[in-house]
Design a protein around this ligand. Sequence first.
Ligand code: 3PG
Length: 398
Amino acid sequence: KKTIDDQNYCGKKVLVRCDFNVPMKDGVITNENRINAALPTIQKLVNDGAKVILCSHLGKPKNGPEAKFSLAPVAVALSAKLGKTVVFADDDNVVGENAKAAVAAMNNGDVVLLQNTRFRKEETKNLPEFSQDLASLADAYVDDAFGSCHRAHCSTAGVTDYIKDTAVGYLMEKEIKYLGNAVNDPVRPFTAILGGAKVADKLNVISNLLEKVDTLIIGGGMAYTFIKAQGYEVGKSLCDDSKLDYCKEMMAKAQEKGVKLLLPVDTACVENFPDPIDAPVETTVVPVTAIPADMEGCDIGPETMKLFADAVKASKTVVWNGPMGVFENPTLAAGTLAVAKAMAESDATTVIGGGDSAAAVQQMGLGDKMTHISTGGGASLEYLEGKELPGIAVIQNA
Ligand code: 3PG
């Protein structure tokens, strides 16, 4: 695949697909990681003297343009970070009069941000009309939206039918390097840690990782279905009875592949799930063989923390996706913190697969201690599933 280092973009109009789908509260951006992660590519293009036209989606607007999904706040944040004005082309149809005029007025090194690509209903259907509109603005296309590469949309895929000069940006390159090397060419021993609420969300991830890892650790809400599949009662804990056979199959697969499968041996239980989620709770630690019928496991227990931390210590590559417990609650965050700490202290290559675990690591101030934190939530999961991702495939096949 081509990268942006393969050419100088001086004077070219370059459409850059970023993932500026940042969390917002009352019109204020609450986490700027994805904006920061996009800066190296934008800066390189500015330095080359390109005319840089940025685009992204934000949220899931269902009924067309809506003020709360406007990318205007991102233009403000970007201007501050780049130290230059990012012109916001505020067209409800994204490629409208404002965008065309802004692009026509660009000098080399200028930056324009288009309105939310999902304001056009063609975007998520990958229909040619919008792909052509986007392509009509630019001479070249740079794909730097790793977080959206699992979507075959106009701005992530369709547009490349109409612009032949395509390349991946630095963020995309970095994500593929760290996630790709970790999964496909890991320094061993290779351990993957999976957590999160539902087994159903991770079916293909578990199965694919069992082909690759030396050790697979399963914690979080999804572990209780495995615990029940081992023959124990799980009380009021999250459990998907329809996936018990699947869990048994995966335990057999682990054995067959010689993969060490580590499940919780103890759990921190509560009588009632905290409401609100960060309300004070009292926990009782019990072995997983003795979860009381009226209690709900909400975090891994201390024995399990040690078991998992020891496995991390013995590894040379560790990939983690999904919290170990209800980490939004300080009392139930201990397991997630223990795993984050073990990874932070290890010399292994440590990769955090986006979403909740990335948020947890950053919340705990351990972000700097990891080799790589992915900007993709759904995208990094699908990457771990071993799926072909449309946003990457279009550039690779170009
Ligand atoms: C994400 O936040 O995972 C990406 O930006 C993709 O967003 P989407 O799930 O709305 O397509």
